[in-house]
Design a protein around this ligand. Sequence first.
Ligand SMILES: Cc1ncc(COP(=O)(O)O)c(C=O)c1O
Length: 418
Amino acid sequence: MLKFTKQSDPEIAALVGEELNRQEHNIEMIASESTAPLEVMELSGSVFTNKTLEGYPGRRFQAGSEIADKVERLAWERAKELFGAEHVNIQSYSGSTANYSVFASVLNPGDKILAMRLDQGGHLTHGSPANWVSKIYNHVFYGVDKETERIDYDALDKLAKEEKPKMIIAGASSYPRLIDYERIAKTAEEVGAYFMVDMAHIAGLVAAKVIPSPIPYADFVTSSTTKTFCSARSGMVFCKEKYAKILDKGTFPGSLGSLMFHTMAAKTWSFKYAASQEFHDIMQQVVVNAQKLAEELAGYGFRIVSGGTDNHLLVVDLRGKGITGTVFQDALDAVGITVNKNMIPFDPEKPSVTSGVRIGLTSVTQRGLKEPEIVEIASIMNQVAEAPTDEANLAACKERAEALISKFPLYPAGAFED
Ligand SMILES: Cc1ncc(COP(=O)(O)O)c(C=O)c1O
């Protein structure tokens, strides 16, 4: 691995080696992560990184685009077929810029957006005061019902009718349940709002048809291509044909600069791979594993937000165990299990502390972990929670975690050898 970098800059080459080693020996359970297939790694590092292009196939601003044009057209065909979409734009650099492209396409400064609260599962780019979009647009927020911890669709509908937003956004970073797109689409239609779904987290599950797709219901569907889609660090946007021109214009020149053809090539490969039986089976197992982990942790007395999960992630309320999200995140990190602290709905703690953690099952499932291993992970997590600052306990848990994950290589043996 890194044959040339090792010669010219051993320092950065060593850091890459250390990170590979960390991922190999840790149980990675950050819900927004996945393991990029080797083909995605190869294509992301391919000569397409040298090509500067702006515009669209047949309408470029630079010469030498014939081959790159073929890539973008192939990506379109594959992506539309895979997701059953009328139109796709795959120029986005990430899930965040995918959202910005849609805003640039159809909104004007001062327009109102109705989106999910950040502290109940939404995303920064949907209008958090910490994100620049909050300076441009006005935001109102819906959330979950206190009892069920599922989206309160009646309250959303009522708010939409009072506030008359120009856009309603569904989709979240830490919502473990299916979303009733049809219902939100109806509300959007009634108030004359655009309906945008941000499926950044669940795109892989949608592509594999393991959970329902928002594409038939939404005007725009945005996504990251990392997370469950398991591809390059990049983005994509789908829309109805009637918005194709406006989306493309809002993407380039509206909000992006020159294209990243190396990640576009990697996404093109992934649009083919995501249609395979292998990918389908992994995605199906991701959900089985998430549900198994929820069930096992509940058996140890952890409270699972909303009572379970329908997708790749779960949010765990730690208050019953008398620990915070920060304490649990750090203790798990010390034993080689990587998760992130996360607000639970109506969390009494500050965002820097939190009462919960978010756990994702994509990476471990890609490595081949199934129910028996998930049972073991839940047991280790419980042992950590019982004494999160006891060093002997953490050392014993680390041994268990290492013994488990060492049987499931991150990449095939020799994959990165020169
Ligand atoms: C719902 C949602 N949208 C957008 C994003 C941003 O995606 P990216 O990190 O690819 O910019 C995230 C990232 O976690 C997300 O959870």
